[in-house]
Design a protein around this ligand. Structure first.
Ligand SMILES: Nc1ncnc2c1ncn2[C@@H]1O[C@H](COP(=O)(O)OP(=O)(O)OP(=O)(O)O)[C@@H](O)[C@H]1O
Ligand SMILES: [Mg+2]
Ligand SMILES: [Zn+2]
Length: 510
């Protein structure tokens, strides 16, 4: 007899329905799994057989064939253990209830415990969309599924419990979602940073328009300190943004148990030894990289020139498009990565080039070599470049308290609200992501601004991309100023944020 049991799989960020067909018939005892299984799926046979026996069920001495459909997608990981076991119990009449509106996902231990798997959130979303009423998942992962409305998600500890529940002998309570406030109390605050008014202003502009930003300055000037405070002035996430960010973490298995959604804007700061795959995602069993784990938040690359060239180069496209695509043999998977890129670096290997008081001990060639590790195309994608000079003693010891993150965030929110209304009918989320077809319509310059733009273009020999990006930053500055038209002062400030590449990378001064 052939029976069918529903399960879910994961292709990149999206769930898809998997049908587990089991056929138990006479003949030589055998147990085969077909339908493009990977090694972990093939090993299911041993786990399922042993778990069944250890839980007190009879394992059939017959020819068992399990097919995982659709057969053209490679099935990865041990998550089909549970549905395979359920299918065999059903095929051998050890489970008689109707389970056609149920789907099952979970790895098994040899003693029949159900173990955690990654990606329950996107799978639950898909199961709901496929019309399933009930989804049975590992106990630890159930809170993720509970976020999804329109499907009941049941936490399963072990096989016995599940079968007793399906046979109506005991009741497993379905998981419930308890909304949790974004917890940001522990976020470091801009009030701790003395002086550095220009750098703070640049951070505010970056946050207001979602622009990428690069901070250059000597050691100890506060670059890392400023960067870590960026999430505290970004607008709070909407529920949809939280779900989108959490899907990535669900797939990567980085959500803490019992925390179904990420609590605040992700802030990822990978070490500079990270590999290209670690940063952008992929691998033999594909996994989202750091850039995707930072989705809807901040990717902070501290000591930018120390990152390997290959790692930085693979970032170029994802940072621009907000999506990473990884090619596989059987399919192409993509992960979202709508991030603000924040990078920090010293101006030279010793760190003191152009420092007013300390002498730089580097020779020209080593400075050039150091700076050239950050390529032009990558620099072009960073809208705002800002110098963070060393702070003076008096500035550090002044008693006046600096502006708090909450105050700055109010202005950021106002600018974001203007953008939200402006882009309501489009897919654009913030000024940094204005598409080229919208540029002319939303970036209207007055005469003075037009002139300033022309002068800057000639003087700084900007690339076409840099030109667009200056305009987007000017759009944000005008929004902070609540001005619909972009005026000269807005352009001048935006242009100022592009003068450092000329200073450091054009080779003129050094
Ligand atoms: N503007 C400032 N206000 C208050 N404290 C500051 C400021 N700048 C730096 N500091 C202090 O100096 C420490 C070092 O700063 P931070 O780590 O941000 O420097 P950095 O610019 O990242 O240096 P490096 O180039 O060595 O990484 C901070 O932890 C903080 O205690
Ligand atoms: Mg630092
Ligand atoms: Zn130096």
């Amino acid at each position: 007899m052939v029976v069918k049991v529903a399960s879910m799989g994961l292709l990149g960020m999206e769930g898809y329905q998997v049908e587990v067909e089991a056929d138990v018939s006479g003949g030589m005892p055998a147990f085969d799994i077909v339908g493009l299984p990977d090694t972990a799926v093939r090993e299911s046979r041993d786990r399922v057989r042993t778990a069944m026996r250890n839980c007190g069920y009879g394992f059939p001495v017959s020819r068992i064939t399990v097919n995982l459909a659709p057969a053209d997608i490679k099935k990865e990981g041990p998550l089909y253990d549970l549905p395979i076991l359920v299918a065999i119990l059903k095929a051998t009449a050890q489970l008689e209830r109707d389970i056609s509106d149920c789907a099952f996902v979970g790895e098994l231990s040899l003693s029949g415990e159900v173990r955690s798997v990654n990606g329950i959130l996107p799978m639950a979303l898909k199961a709901r969309d496929c019309g399933f009423k009930r989804l049975f998942v590992p106990f630890e992962d159930a809170s993720q599924g509970a976020v999804v409305e329109g499907i009941d998600v049941y936490p399963v500890r072990n096989v016995n419990e599940l079968i007793e529940h399906l046979n109506h002998r005991i009741t497993i309570e379905k998981a419930t979602y308890v909304p949790e406030e974004e917890s940001e109390d522990f976020l470091p605050d801009f009030a701790d940073v003395c002086a550095q008014y220009e750098a703070k202003r640049a951070m505010e502009v970056a946050a207001a328009g979602g622009h990428n930003i690069l901070l250059i300055g000597p050691p100890g000037s506060g670059k890392s300190m400023l960067s870590k405070r960026l999430p505290s002035i970004l607008p709070e996430m909407t529920f949809e943004e939280r779900v989108e960010a959490s899907k990535v973490h669900s797939v990567a298995g980085t959500l803490p148990t019992g925390k179904p959604l990420v609590s605040g804007r992700p802030f990822r700061s990978p070490h500079h030894t990270v590999s290209a795959v670690g940063l952008s995602g992929g691998g033999t069993v594909p996994r989202p990289g750091e850039v995707s784990l930072a989705h809807n938040g901040v990717l902070f690359l501290d000591e930018l020139p120390e990152f390997s060239r290959s790692a930085l180069e693979v970032l170029r496209q994802p940072v621009e498009d907000g999506i990473v695509t990884v090619s596989r043999v059987h399919a192409t998977v993509s992960y979202p990565c709508s991030v603000m890129l924040v990078a920090a670096m010293n101006p030279c290997p010793c760190g003191y080039y152009s420092h007013p008081k300390r002498k730089c001990t580097c020779n020209i060639n080593s400075i050039r070599k150091y700076l050239s590790r950050v390529s032009g195309p990558l620099l072009d994608r960073i809208d705002i470049h800002i110098e963070v000079p060393a702070v003076e003693y008096d500035e550090l010891t002044q008693h006046q308290k600096a502006e708090s993150s909450a105050q700055i965030r109010k202005r950021v929110n106002r600018a974001r609200e203007i953008q939200r209304r402006r882009f309501e009918a489009t897919s654009v989320t913030c000024n940094a992501r204005i598409t080229s077809d919208l540029m002319k319509k939303v970036c209207v310059l007055d005469d003075g601004a037009e002139r300033a733009m022309r002068q800057a273009f000639d003087k700084l020999s900007l690339s076409a991309r840099a030109y667009d990006r200056v305009l987007k930053v000017a759009r944000t500055i005008a929004d902070l100023d609540e001005s619909e038209i972009i005026r000269e002062e807005h352009v001048l400030e935006a242009v100022q944020y592009r003068t450092l590449d000329k200073k450091y990378w054009s080779g003129e001064e050094i």
